[in-house]
Design a protein around this ligand. Structure first.
Ligand code: FE2
Length: 161
């Protein structure tokens, strides 16, 4: 894998360990789908490189920029850009002060990495209820991102026998 590259980018050991856990979870989810597994793996491993620049919601956009500067395929950069939460629609992005566009994960590969990241807390795998609780605490009980999270979870779970 491209672990060395993650180190070369000067990612902290925390980001590297978190990203490895997300990679594993993304691989497990991918078992149930017909996906470009290399894309999922690169996306999972590099989804958080934007944390080199900022810890806030901008880290998706910053990550995409860093990956583009390092000549990663556009599809990998896009996974980093849309991995925040269960995606951010344009109208919310505007309210958050992000450059006005849609940040929703659309492809299966984008959805799998975003959701694998949701289900990994640090390096620990957590269940959906844990994530819902955490988001309710952080963002408010009825924040629209929670419905998006539940929908994404259902969508990716529907294939699992
Ligand atoms: Fe992230």
């Amino acid at each position: 894998m491209n672990l060395k590259l993650l180190e070369d980018l000067n990612c902290s050991s925390y980001i590297i360990e978190h990203s490895q856990a997300v990679l594993k979870k993304a691989q497990t989810i991918s078992d149930h789908f017909n996906v470009d597994i290399e894309l999922v793996e690169d996306g999972a491993l590099f989804h958080d490189v934007g944390r080199l620049k900022t810890q806030g919601i901008y880290h998706g956009i910053e990550g995409a920029k860093i990956l583009e500067e390092h000549y990663f395929p556009q599809k990998v950069a896009r996974i980093a850009e849309v991995h925040i939460g269960a995606g951010i629609p344009e109208e919310e992005a505007i309210l958050l002060g992000l450059p006005p566009r849609d940040y929703m994960p659309l492809t299966l590969e984008e959805k799998i990495v975003a959701h694998a990241d949701n289900l990994i807390h640090g390096t620990r795998e957590v269940n959906l209820d844990f994530v819902i609780e955490k988001w309710r605490k952080n963002m408010g009980y009825n924040h629209p991102s929670i419905d998006r999270l539940i929908n994404l979870d259902e969508e990716l779970r529907s294939e699992i026998p």
